[in-house]
Design a protein around this ligand. Structure first.
Ligand SMILES: [Fe+2]
Ligand SMILES: [Fe+2]
Length: 265
């Protein structure tokens, strides 16, 4: 058993098998909640998390185009892509937990990101079980190799990390998921639609955690959160902020349009 939270984080980040990442995350998150792991420790996270041999990782431009119809094959491709995002999200959450220990953030910050890691592990597992029901599993298809880039470009600054990962990327998830849920319902796949709805609702709390701790950091640094966020997004996020936004779900995370509307595409 690991002794500190940073050791726990690094153990997840360096585990290759997805189900090991899930199992360790669940074990360590419970240990943190129950006080069986109580010290942070200091152990730098790896530059990149360890990945399984499969799926094959491809550059975005080399990824096969995903069909939008309701065939089982298209739904498997969709669920596979989402499972890949969730697996990456497990590592992202643990990376935040141990990379920024020197920032002197309150314990609530760590509690939140350990909870995020635990949620992402659950999301991955839900999608993998659904893939199994459809006769597939994670690793069967190629997956996108760009997801860790945001972690690399923001590794030196917690404010930049929060600005880009929860407040751009996870918020983007809130924008697109309702439409995916609707399409899955139209195709008669209630089961997958229900899972994605649960994921959407829990992702609101991840965006909210990002927004809250970003605000905390700005207050500490004497910066205006809206101005600071827009500056960091321009500097560290390579894409553009795409409309339409899911203003309601974003608002539920206390992430108001004054942040993103002025710099949207
Ligand atoms: Fe998730
Ligand atoms: Fe998330």
């Amino acid at each position: 058993m690991v002794k500190t939270l940073c050791e726990a984080a690094v153990a997840v980040l360096t585990a290759a098998a997805p189900l090991d990442k899930v199992r360790l995350t669940q074990e360590y998150a419970a240990a943190w909640r129950e006080g069986r792991i109580a010290d942070f420790g200091t152990l730098p996270p790896p530059e990149r998390p360890t990945r399984p041999e499969r799926p094959e990782l491809k550059l975005p431009r080399d990824m096969p185009k995903r069909g939008r119809g309701g065939s089982a094959q298209n739904r498997v491709a969709l669920l596979h892509a989402l499972a890949h995002i969730e697996l990456n999200a497990i590592d992202l959450a643990w990376d935040i937990v141990c990379r920024f220990v020197g920032e002197g953030m309150p314990k609530g910050f760590t509690d939140d990101w350990v909870q995020v890691a635990d949620d992402e592990a659950k999301h991955f597992l839900m999608l993998e079980e659904r893939l199994n029901q459809l006769g597939a599993s994670y690793g069967d298809l190629p997956a996108h190799d760009g997801l860790w880039q945001a972690a690399t470009t923001t590794a030196h600054d917690l404010a930049a990390r929060l600005a880009v990962v929860p407040m751009v990327l996870e918020a983007r998830g809130l924008d697109v998921t309702p439409d995916t849920v609707r399409r899955l319902r139209e195709f008669g796949d209630e089961e997958s639609a229900g899972l994605l709805q649960i994921i959407h609702d829990e992702e609101i709390t991840h965006v909210a955690a990002g927004r809250r701790w970003f605000g905390h950091l700005c207050a500490k640094r004497g910066e205006d959160p809206v101005e600071a966020w827009q500056g960091l997004v321009k500097q560290y996020f390579r894409g553009s902020l795409k409309k339409p936004f899911n203003v309601d779900s974003r608002q539920a995370a206390d992430f108001g349009p004054e942040f993103y509307e002025p710099i949207a595409e």
